[in-house]
Design a protein around this ligand. Structure first.
Ligand code: F0G
Length: 359
């Protein structure tokens, strides 16, 4: 009813059924007691993209596509590579050279996609893959493809089901190319229309200050569609000209939503709290929790509100985001952990133990 009917053989890993968890240290840091985390990093390729890719690649097979392609900041490419391999289809993945986290690049290569390092940013990659797929007859699987959006709706529907169809007050998510913001709004609209829920949760879409064209447009009542030169540590959302802008505006309007931006330092602080709780996520995912904290402090989100933050990607996706701390070139956020090199002696271990007790 809420998804396109499956082909005779859907291309599926399978995916979904991710955990909805509560972790006290994260809730305390954000300032909301009833905070839950929907961990989409627990999908087969480590991000929420698998939910859209199962539907998208199934559609590619149904229409007889001979090859599939996408532009990506890393996760879409990793997911496309896996599902194309599953379907036996050749895949092209275009990523911005030097700006993709190593875990994601490794996946795309390992799963066998032709991975093109484009000398440009994500926005260049998307423009290029759109032109190339039209000219060369390759099936495009970015979130401009409506089948991807249909699959990503299941994040929200599954979350609502896990909450016994008692909708939360807020759903917070990181926002980059805005496909997920579009999907969340559509899922909520349909859930309300079908009577699955009786009231509309508010969306909180969170960007990084260094890549915040959507937040800029929101502040101006969406009168202007902004484009920026993006630059954030959260490489997954390092996007200056989001493709799904129009549909995302509709999502924010229909849910009485809010769009905001947080600093890279706030993102990394939130990540350190999520990581230290034993949960872990990639930097972009932590933006959702940082955004909630910002809006609790601003008074937009009540401290007794029921909030779900979507963690979009796995902690192993982007290990180099912590490099600066580990190498000691920058002080880590309070809860981030640094390795300690020692001589192979018990006394060296004992010296470290003593500092643990002092903590
Ligand atoms: N979080 C993660 C981990 C992502 O990989 C992305 C997008 C987002 C959030 C934002 O979602 O684009 O729908 O607003 N990653 C895309 C990619 C752009 O190529 O992997 P969005």
């Amino acid at each position: 009813m809420v998804l396109p009917s499956a082909a005779s053989a859907p291309v599926t890993w399978p995916e979904g059924n991710t955990a909805l968890i509560a972790r006290r240290p994260v809730a305390e840091w954000a300032g909301v007691e009833a905070l839950k985390l929907k961990h989409e990093g627990l999908n087969p390729t480590g991000s929420f993209k698998d939910r859209g890719m199962t539907v998208g690649v199934t559609q590619a097979v149904r229409i007889g596509a001979t090859a599939v392609a996408c532009a990506s900041t890393g996760n879409t490419g990793a997911s496309l590579a896996a599902y194309a391999a599953l379907a036996g289809l050749p895949a092209l993945v275009l990523v911005p050279a030097g700006k993709v986290a190593i875990g994601k690049l490794t996946q795309s290569l390992a799963y066998g996609a032709r991975t093109l390092l484009v000398r440009g940013d994500f926005d260049d990659c998307l423009r290029l893959v759109r032109e190339a797929s039209e000219e060369l007859g390759v099936y495009l699987l970015n979130s401009v493809n409506p089948f991807r959006i249909e699959g990503q709706k299941t994040i929200v529907l599954e979350m609502l089901e896990q909450l016994g169809w008692d909708a939360p007050d807020w759903i917070a998510l990181p926002a980059g190319n805005l496909g997920n913001t579009a999907a969340f709004g559509k899922a909520l609209r349909e859930a309300l229309a079908l009577g699955l829920i009786t009231r509309m949760p508010r969306l909180l879409a969170v960007q990084s200050d260094g890549a915040a064209p959507f937040a800029m447009s929101y502040r101006e009542g969406f009168r202007v569609r902004h484009r920026v030169h993006a630059n954030t540590i959260a490489t997954a959302i390092n996007i200056g000209a989001p493709a799904s802008y129009q549909r995302a505006v509709q999502s924010i309007r229909e849910t009485n939503g809010v769009v905001t931006a947080v600093s890279d330092a706030e993102i990394m602080e939130a990540k350190s709290v999520i990581d230290a709780a034993g949960v872990g996520c990639e930097p972009a995912s932590a933006a959702s929790v940082a955004g909630v904290r910002q809006h609790v402090r601003a008074g937009t989100i009540a401290r007794d509100a029921r909030v779900v933050c979507v963690l979009t990607g796995h902690v192993l996706k982007d290990p180099e985001s912590l490099d600066r701390y580990h190498r000691g070139t920058e002080p880590p956020p309070a809860r981030a952990n640094r390795p300690i090199e020692i001589e192979p002696t018990v006394s060296a271990v004992a010296a470290v133990m003593r500092t643990l007790r002092a903590d």
